[in-house]
Write a protein that binds this ligand. Sequence first.
Ligand code: PGA
Length: 318
Amino acid sequence: MHVTWRQLKVFETVARLGSFTRAAEELFLAQPTVSMQVKQLAEAVDQPLFEQTGRRIQLTEVGDALYATCREMFDTWARFEMTAADLKGLKRGRLRLACVTTAKYFVPRLLGPFCDRYPGIDVRLEVANRDAVVERLARNEDDLYIMGTPPQHFDIALHPFLENALVVIAPAGHPLAGEKRIPLARIAEEKLLLRERGSGTRMAAERHFRDHGFVLKPRMELATNEAIKHAVAGGLGISVLSQLALTLEPMQGQLAILDVEGFPLKRHWYVVHPGKRDLSVVAQTFFDYLRDEAGALLPPDTRAALLSPGEAHDARVR
Ligand code: PGA
């Protein structure tokens, strides 16, 4: 089969974007050139790579297999380029990160100094809720994932690097605000505002209450921590949120943290990567940076959340 690198690159772009027009835009090519490259590749494979359903194009079975092959090939090649640059003493290449919504309070802050130090590293950060990040992990779309609730039954390596405590918040002046050791039963009766389904914060809160015999029935679901904080401050109810969402973006006296039995709920932030493959040079560089230097770069309030070397140890889940 005679195929060229360029044909594969064009095909991969069309398959990824699901559109010849958008692929042409991304590659700065004319659309007929894109169509011609894909046509020649299909001739070499001797089977159609796409089929048209209405106005959409879809990969055929062989197209799908070729797309997976292309992604692996380009990934392997990108790793080689990073290794070659590393051998010349340069850190260069692409770093694909994905983090859960709540980690957006600190991950972007850590990227500034990292990008200053390694200008040759091109970073892309995706932010989505926990379930969406797990889907990305399942599709192997990124190099590293930062999350608080790593999936079980995936072959992944994980390293905890920061505490991720969850607290119960109420509007300042709430009747429970001054009470000590409030029982979970009392909280379960309150009007609760929870993050959307698929959120790691919600999953951890529901699991904790369920383990103690309570099923949480939210009065309202809100898709961001900010919306929750404002809704709580506005008196709509109480909620469970990551402490980082408060220390890094406080609501200036509008919220109270309740002293609830079993809270703060101690959890961790993990950096996760697929266990099967070694990290690329660039991903390893970010991993080391996160492990060794994240603490010094976070605001002083959050440093207490840093794990000591004894607490932070790598693990492998299968
Ligand atoms: P979330 O995840 O932002 O999807 O709620 C946070 C976590 O797992 O702690």
